[in-house]
Design a protein around this ligand. Structure first.
Ligand SMILES: Cc1cc2nc3c(=O)[nH]c(=O)nc-3n(C[C@H](O)[C@H](O)[C@H](O)COP(=O)(O)OP(=O)(O)OC[C@H]3O[C@@H](n4cnc5c(N)ncnc54)[C@H](O)[C@@H]3O)c2cc1C
Length: 427
């Protein structure tokens, strides 16, 4: 094991951790992508802080008794100790380098931390292609590039997988008869990219992206310079800012009718929104649901008139005009509640339902990029047929691009085209 790290068993815990003035412990597992993402950060930080803080690794599955005693339920989990007592944050999942550093700085004190920060050496990495975003689009581009022997680094601010990793079941990805667990589907995609030799920088902070010089600075110390850039950062649902929204996302609250409407055959559904996408999606959901309640803030829809007429003519559709959601609740599996407020009177009530769909728009993840990128009227990146943006050597793929349909298959298709086109240009 490189760096100043000691691998120990639970029997050594008292001597190697509790008896030391300052210690940090990483509970890890094998076949654990977030553990892999953490490993290089942990090693690099042990080289900087390792003379002051004891860096320890403990294999979680082999040391269950200790893990359970410390309430360590997942891998990786990083714990910090001062004079034998737990202190600071309990870090888990896709752990950021800056979060570990913040806790280490607190252990060593501000003055020593300042001295140690001076030991961090900037790293310059050259590559053929840097891909920003490791969802289906970025991972597919990575597979095509690496299979063509193009040196490729994929940078993701989270763990690779994108939305698929958080989707419960995916039933429309070709090649599988049974619906697939989204986490596993995305895991296979990233393992395939890794098997082909992609270099991952996962759960990193992207500090700066200069598309014109094709440089990406990550985690405050590494600058990646590439010949081509592929932007595959996806989009995110526009938040309503309502309690329960984050908690029940993908677990009672859906943002995709194509993906989830089929699970609501003859069931009750609440739809939030009243624009074009809400009405179009409501028409699709109406093929399945027994009852639809639309919660809309105005006294009329702002959608296509024909679509509205069709929807309002359905017996199964009720509209709560001039209402806004104030809270989402979960009472049990398939038993959700939406607290809505009637805007003119301020009166609140709870609508019970089997599932909630939110269609108030998506936001493309482009904040980190050059303002001279050409966008469509909704803020998505415009590309040509080979996924080139208007900036030379910069491609875009997946949900972040301007297009009609955003699905895993369309993201994979964009990634394929961007990967092949970028690779060809490098030949
Ligand atoms: C709840 C939900 C369920 C869905 N279910 C289905 C389904 O069943 N079937 C289907 O076909 N489609 C489904 N979709 C749509 C599908 O998930 C997307 O179309 C697809 O994931 C888009 O892939 P992508 O690679 O473009 O983007 P994403 O999957 O969004 O991946 C983007 C990646 O970029 C990373 N990133 C963001 N910003 C940065 C940055 N600045 N730098 C570096 N990395 C960054 C993110 O961490 C993420 O990993 C669903 C979508 C949602 C929201």
């Amino acid at each position: 094991m490189a760096g100043k790290i000691k691998e120990i068993e639970q029997t050594d815990y008292e001597r190697e951790v509790l008896a030391k003035p300052l210690a940090v412990v990483d509970f890890y597992s094998t076949e654990c992508p977030p553990c892999e993402a953490l490993a290089s950060k942990y090693t690099a930080l042990s080289e900087i802080y390792g003379d002051d803080v004891v860096f320890v690794k403990i294999f979680r599955q082999g040391n269950r008794e200790l893990a359970e005693k410390l309430d360590v339920t997942g891998s990786p989990t990083v714990l910090f100790y001062k004079d034998g007592k737990l202190t600071g944050d309990k870090l888990a999942g896709g752990i950021l380098r800056s979060d570990i550093m913040r806790n280490l700085d607190a252990l060593v004190g501000a003055d020593r931390a300042e001295e140690l920060h001076k030991l961090i050496k900037p790293v310059q990495t050259e590559t053929d292609v840097v891909i920003l975003g490791g969802g289906p689009a970025g991972l597919t581009a990575g597979v095509y590039l690496t299979q063509a022997h193009v040196d490729t680094i994929l940078v993701d601010t989270a763990l690779p997988g994108g939305y698929v990793a958080t989707t419960h079941l995916v039933s429309n990805y070709p090649g599988f008869i049974e619906p697939q667990n989204g986490y596993m589907l995305s895991h296979y995609m990233s393992e395939q990219a890794k098997a082909n030799g992609i270099k991952l920088r996962a759960a990193v902070e992207v500090n700066d992206v200069d598309l014109k010089s094709r440089t990406v600075k990550i985690d405050g110390f590494e600058t990646i310079k590439a010949k081509k850039v592929i932007i595959a950062t996806g989009s995110r649902p526009r938040p309503l800012g309502v309690p329960g929204e984050e908690e029940y996302r993908g677990n009672g609250i859906s943002y995709c009718a194509t993906c989830d409407a089929k699970y609501f055959q003859d069931k009750d559904v609440v739809i939030i929104g009243g624009g074009n996408s809400a009405i179009e999606e409501a028409l699709f959901i109406a093929k399945f649901a027994g009852k639809i309640t639309i919660v809309h803030q105005f006294d009329h829809f702002q959608a296509n008139k024909e679509a509205q007429k069709k929807l309002l003519a359905m017996d199964s559709v009720e509209v709560l005009w001039e209402h806004e959601p104030r809270e989402f609740k979960k009472h049990g599996s398939s038993d959700m509640g939406v607290v809505v407020e009637h805007l003119p009177t301020g009166e609140r009530k709870e609508v019970r339902t089997n599932g909630i769909f939110v269609f108030v728009g998506f936001i493309p993840n482009i904040e980190a990029f050059d303002k001279s990128l050409e966008l469509d009227q909704w803020g998505y990146l415009k590309t040509d047929a080979e996924m080139r943006t208007n900036i030379k050597d910069v491609f875009a793929a997946g949900d972040v691009t301007s297009k009609q349909y955003r699905q895993i298959t369309t993201a994979v298709s964009d990634g394929t085209i961007a990967g092949i086109a970028a690779g060809k240009e490098l030949e």
